[in-house]
Design a protein. Sequence first.
Length: 646
Amino acid sequence: MEQPIWRPSEARIRNANITRFLERVRADGNPAIESYRDLWPWSVDQPAAFWRHIRDFCGLQLHREPDAVVEPADHIRDTRFFPGARLNFAENLLRFDDDRPALVFRNEAGERLVWTYADLHRETARIAAGLRADGVEAGDRVAGLLLNRPEAVAAMLAATSIGAIWTSCSPDFAESAIVDRFSQVEPKVLFVSDGYVFKGRTFDVRDTARRLAERIGSIRRTVWVPYAGLDMPGDGVAYADYGEPGADLLFAPLPFDHPVYILYSSGTTGAPKCIVHGAGGTLLQHLKEHVLHTDIGRDDRVFFFTTCGWMMWNWLVSGLATGATLVLFDGQPFHPDPGVLPRMAAEEGITVFGASAGYYGALEKAGAEPGREHDLSALRTVLSTGSPLMPESFDYIYRAVHPDVCLASISGGTDIVACFALGNPALPVYRGELQCRALGMRTEVFDEDGNPVREEKGELVCTAPFPSMPVKFWNDPDGTRYHRAYFERFPNVWHHGDYAMLTERDGLVIYGRSDAVLNPGGVRIGTAEIYRPVKQLPEVVECVAVGQAWNGDTRVVLFVQLDEGIALDDALRDRIRQTIRENASPRHVPAKILAVSDIPRTRNAKLAEIAVRQAVHGEDIGNTSALANPEAIEEFRDRPELQATD
């Protein structure tokens, strides 16, 4: 029987929020619920009781009580949660108003800025007054082309306090990618950072912002947020001069599912989908995930390495509702050295540290040993998402970062602005597994015929309603695109598009995206199963595998990005094949292994597997502006090695 790589202490279990929550549920007439294995089924079988308990335990603030907790419907997407309730998203995030730090900003150069909760209140009130003066009303859109700094948080809270819908991109997005997104939703006001600094270089955003205002006719006002030390343009208004100092902070009471955010799909196969999320469902999910699954409280210092263009920014800022201190970072996390974020974690006393799986892999490749080089004694929880966290990365984190942390590999997505699988501070951690299915989410794995399976790979689905299903897609009046995206594969079941396995312990293993699954000889292979052994080789920086249609079947082609000065010769190819054969299976061994200088990624740093597959087959890639490095795709087109008959 496999042993866990970490177990929580009795004291940690006893003091965890989720333990107190379980005790409250037991006391409310459910004495048979003795553990998480009992709590999860109850949470999905009794959704009204569960979400009522979440509302009460996490302190969701309402202006009007709901008519019911759950209003069922024939189709799960039409189910309503807390119908009749009225609330304000920003008010819930700003429930604290004191001199404790709310936001700490750091950058690659070591700059530090602190805002207290009282500061955040004052800034939000001032900006909200400016938005109201510019005619912004409930339902209007406010956009941010902003760095991950306190001003971005204040602008979002100001917009949502009115009932406007917030949407944002990172300033490093290509102009065409920004237009693809913002032009669809027609914002009235645009907040823009003047520039950004990356690897010590300053990048000017001012001309891009001017052109956005010209190309998107709905923009009435541009608000310039200084950062890079550039001269403020004459058009628009400076952030410091916007709004009304000393204004009262007003919160509009709005329906539970009133839109709060518009997030965007990656857009690699066409114009990005504009996914509209409701305030109440987003709040409920984030409160549950922060308070119960991540064990965040008032004394925590929470960090996640993200930009304003990834849903993890939206997830992070909801941590304000717990009263914790959020640590924000902007810049290159390996400049001037790999210790940038670990050093920051030590100096700020970070208790919850989050980043993408790729970050931890890169940290290990760099030879960093954060736990030896820095004082990380405050750290209790390490989060990872964005792609599957390799089992070897579990080993690395416990060996080189901290031996006694809850390592929570979590999985969800932009589509639900929340998670299907999460951590649990009261459960053990098993190497390579996501600890548990999220409370209130009837997450299952289906085979090809739509039957639930365990200990078998299949499609990740959710078979019951949940509060953070999108309200709608923008410009999708009859809901056709929405339905096609999630409900076409399995009737009345949310099909998420991940290839996964539910383990005997009720954990999850994610093998990659379903649409990137390889199928040589009719055998389905998740790409993560190949990446795991290959990325352990010191010569390999990154890799991507795709299936190439070949002689009536599919063959696996592996592209590798090698470390500087390394050449892909036959000896290295043989080592790669042998490593895959020994650590996966002979079926996983690629037919072709080719070198590239760079691998395309989306702007959320995910491997652009579908774009690579399209390039290999000579197909048109719908929208290269959705890629962070679109020039890299050219190395995958017209490769003579892929036309040969051998």
